[in-house]
Design a protein around this ligand. Structure first.
Ligand code: SF4
Length: 470
């Protein structure tokens, strides 16, 4: 299913669509309140954007600097060109330790690499320890949001999932009770795990250390209890210096959830005594995006999710309708880089209102890139034939003012004579399924203007009275 088809399916459940929209708008408003408390917010955004621009211009240097410093600290660094290599590296570390149980904190990169199914095929039990991630792991779904992976589910649905997997009472849906149940369940998994995998929010070239931000402390518990810690990071997670970190941590959580700071901002610099610490640095299509001048700055993304929370299309179509690891506006500019044909409808899943670019803490020009992808998609002929034809016809009409005016006159006449039942029949006019078609005006603005401008010219202008300043 492409995006319009999947969004249409999501929209059939009107209650869920309304509630999903409101829940995300609530987070957007919380973000606004947190942002208004920082008078230098715009300067911070600008600074973050410049740091990221600079880093992307010397990405290879900073990655090598990070590798050198990390190795000096005793961290084992691995490079993965793609998802397969990443998964094989993680498996080889597990096999080296004869490990069969791994706990994992939230990492969109491992979702992108489809790590869980790969490891499960090799007999490894992988337990996602972020509460939202654990819920969707039980229900065999991908995350629908990069910060709130189970935002599409109601508490009653979570209750049913827990009843099935954790044996809670069938009608239990109290969030406090369900959270406590998950906590007890996850404690056992933490204690039994042999390896812990975390994501990386920021890796610092200057120190060879990295930072993981979570609200539940699950990453910290996992990596503290196990003798092996694997951290998976995309190449774009690098920042040059430690002094840059504060710029991003101030922006990240305010943009993501409206909190002032993430509950746990954990710094890792070296393995603790007796522990192995591995960092897997993954490309998986990122250098290709880096090589596209119009789209390279999409790699500045710090995965806060603010562009999703504000997007009127995302809020009303749900994350799964994007059929890509990262949904929403940012996903719609990242995904065509990986498979233009498969994701050709995503750059059109936008009103181009620009709200995504306005809230983005690192100033990615998301709506401009969406528009550029549309141009490429149309040139590459991966748009459906019907849409291509209608765009061609429209371009011809819009290029000929007199033809446009004539067709407008015909359309106004036809519409005023068409019975309501026909003009609103979904099969004929899908636009009017959920909207009221306005009465066609008697004349076009051009005709009105031509008439009224002529009258205006004929009306004598009364002289301005001279006022004596004394
Ligand atoms: S594109 Fe910007 S707003 Fe969207 S997730 Fe990335 S950093 Fe956040």
């Amino acid at each position: 299913m492409n995006h319009p088809q999947a969004a249409e399916q999501f929209n059939r459940d009107i209650d869920r669509t309304t509630w999903h929209d409101k829940a995300l708008w609530f987070v957007r408003q919380k973000r606004d309140r947190a942002v208004y408390q920082v008078p230098e917010w715009e300067q911070l955004r600008e600074l973050a954007s410049q740091i990221k621009n600079h880093t992307l211009s010397r990405l290879d240097d900073y990655l090598e600097e990070f590798e050198r410093n990390a190795q000096q600290n005793g961290i084992q660094v691995h490079w993965a060109a793609n998802a397969e290599e990443h998964n094989r590296i993680v498996l080889s570390i597990l096999q080296k330790h004869n490990a069969k149980r791994m706990v994992k904190s939230k990492s969109m990169l491992t979702e992108e690499c489809h790590l869980n199914p790969f490891l499960e095929k090799h007999g490894i039990e992988v337990v996602d320890t972020d509460l939202g991630e654990r819920i969707i792991q039980f229900s065999h779904e991908p995350p629908s949001h990069i910060v709130m992976p189970a935002i599409h589910l109601k508490k009653e649905e979570v209750g049913r999932i827990f009843h099935e997997h954790l044996g809670t009472p069938a009608d239990a849906s109290d969030p406090q009770f369900l959270t406590e149940t998950a906590r007890q369940h996850l404690r056992q998994k933490f204690v039994a795990a042999e390896v812990a995998l975390s994501g990386v929010n920021f890796a610092i070239a200057e120190t060879g250390g990295f930072v993981v931000c979570t609200n539940e402390g699950n990453a910290d518990l996992g990596v503290t209890l196990t003798p092996v810690h694997i951290a998976s990071m995309g190449i774009e997670k690098i920042i040059p210096k430690l002094e840059h970190l504060g710029v991003f941590t101030r922006l990240l959580t305010r943009s993501a959830t409206g909190q002032l700071i993430t509950a746990y901002t954990s710094h890792f610099h070296k393995p603790r005594p007796g522990q192995e610490l591995h960092v897997v640095i993954v490309d998986n299509g990122r250098t290709e995006q880096l090589g596209r001048p119009d789209f390279r700055n999409s790699l500045k993304c710090i995965r806060c999710g603010a562009c999703m929370n504000t997007c009127p299309v995302y809020r009303r179509s749900g994350g799964h309708s994007y059929d890509y690891t990262v949904p929403g506006p940012i996903g719609s500019i990242l995904s065509p880089n990986t498979d233009l044909k498969k994701h050709s409808t995503l750059p059109f899943a936008s009103t181009l209102c620009g709200s995504c670019s306005d809230v983005c803490p690192v100033k990615i020009d998301i709506h401009v890139q969406l528009y550029k992808w549309r141009q490429i998609i149309s040139k590459e002929k991966v748009m459906p034939a019907g849409k291509r034809l209608s765009m061609k016809v429209l371009a011809n009409v819009l290029a000929r003012p007199s033809l446009y005016a004539r067709l407008g006159r015909v359309a106004r006449k036809v519409l005023s004579l068409t019975p309501y039942a026909i003009s609103h029949a979904g099969a004929i006019n899908p636009w009017a399924i959920a909207r009221e078609l306005p009465e066609p005006p008697k004349q076009s603005f051009r005709d009105w203007y031509a008439q009224n401008a002529a009258k205006e010219m004929e009306t004598p202008v009364s002289p301005t009275p001279v006022v004596d300043p004394n």
